[in-house]
Design a protein around this ligand. Structure first.
Ligand code: PLP
Length: 375
């Protein structure tokens, strides 16, 4: 390849920084790293729905939605989401990354100013980077966001509901009260936040929060995403959203599976799963406090232990892995410099004994592997 030398140099840089990433199939027995918060990816009804969907609709949609890829299960899923989240309309995407990037690219140029929380997901940032009129506000700081508004223009404020790398919650009501349209990326909140799992949609009306990103690959246990919003926004995206227009629709069978997952989230079983998840989070917090592990402030499924140095976080991750536990080892540039961390996720499926064993292993590895360095 003509760019072989350039590739080598860039990769060498990553190695020197100890930030080289590579793929591996997990071998740990106990997973504390995924986003399948309710365990729905293994739920019999979701699995059956996917299988039956494949029997009826085949494995692929065959084309983009505006050609022939939009089928009855996609239409059903859109209606189901719009009723559940009490929003006018819904557009489906193959991934949350695509939904965010598409929507940002299509809508940002229409606003006088776009403001993003400093810790917003890469998919939102990638969509806005090419714009000139965007700024970041301090994390979860509605006062700072207010200062950055352009009073002579239309403003869009973008945040996550539950932050993916910190697990803390955005001040949705304070942001919604500002003179701007609010877009909430609900990737990690949907399905688990609130008594009903409706997360941002249960906290804000459509007028307060007219745009929501819903993803299907986390608490819903499948894959894909939706942009949920007003009729006019969805109509606009159907006509101007390039990733939507020029990409093959996800399989109808997948839509059938997502619909089954939503039904579980809405049911009494969904409420029980959320309750179990909360119980597991509370147990984890209590046990870690007892052994002086300084977690972040999250009260949700995503828990973080900021370690500081890249080397330490990797060493702890490897040591935990050798004891049969997997949790996320997150380094810059995914998180700010000097804040490398363990990203630990709890699910409704974790057993009490697993959580106790994990905290014991975590305490051992954390104390052993950070004692040489001030954190
Ligand atoms: C906050 C947030 N938004 C969007 C995405 C992208 O969603 P997907 O995995 O469906 O592409 C993620 C993925 O991790 C995320 O954490």
């Amino acid at each position: 390849m003509q760019i072989q030398g350039v590739l080598q140099r860039q990769l060498e840089l990553r190695h020197q920084q100890r930030r080289h990433r590579s793929l591996s199939v997990p071998t740990a027995v106990h997973d504390f790293s995924g986003n399948d918060y309710l365990g729905l990816s293994q739920h019999p009804q979701v699995r059956d729905a996917f299988q039956q969907g494949v029997q009826q609709w085949g494995t692929g949609s065959g084309s983009s939605p505006l050609v022939a890829g939009y089928q009855t299960p996609h239409a059903y899923l859109r209606r189901q989401l719009s009723e559940w989240l009490e929003r006018d309309n819904v557009l489906l995407f193959s991934s949350g990354f695509g939904a965010n990037q598409c929507t940002m690219r299509a809508l940002a140029p229409l606003y006088g100013r776009v403001l993003l929380d400093r810790l917003s997901h890469a998919s939102l940032l990638d969509g806005v980077r090419e714009q000139r009129h965007w700024k970041r506000f301090a994390h979860n700081d509605a006062v700072h966001a207010k200062k950055l508004l352009n009073p002579d223009a239309t403003n869009l404020i973008v945040t996550e509901s539950l932050f993916s790398m910190d697990g803390d919650s955005a001040p949705l009501h304070e942001l919604a009260a500002l003179d701007a349209d609010l877009w909430v990326d609900d990737a990690h909140g949907l399905g688990i936040v609130g008594v009903d799992g409706r997360s941002a949609a249960s906290q804000l009306s459509q007028t307060q929060g007219p745009l929501i990103t819903a993803t299907f690959g986390k608490a819903l246990g499948v894959m894909g995403a939706a942009l949920v919003g007003t009729d006019s926004v969805i109509d606009y995206l159907v006509n101007y959203g390039r990733e939507f227009i020029y990409s093959t629709a996800f399989p109808a069978a997948q839509a059938v599976a997502v619909s089954a997952a939503i039904k579980i989230v809405q049911s009494a079983e969904g409420a029980r799963l959320r309750q179990q998840l909360d119980t597991n989070v509370a147990l984890f917090s209590e046990l870690t406090e007892r052994v002086n592990i300084p977690l972040g402030t999250s009260q949700h499924a995503i828990q973080t232990l900021v370690v500081g140095s890249d080397a330490n976080v990797m060493n702890i991750g490897v040591a935990l892995n050798s004891q049969g536990f997997k949790c996320g080892t997150i380094r810059p540039p995914t998180v700010p410099e000097g804040t490398a961390r363990l990203r630990i996720t709890l699910t409704a499926q974790h057993k009490e004994a697993d959580i106790r064993a994990f905290v014991a292993a975590l305490a051992d590895c954390y104390q052993r592997l950070t004692e040489t360095e001030v954190v």
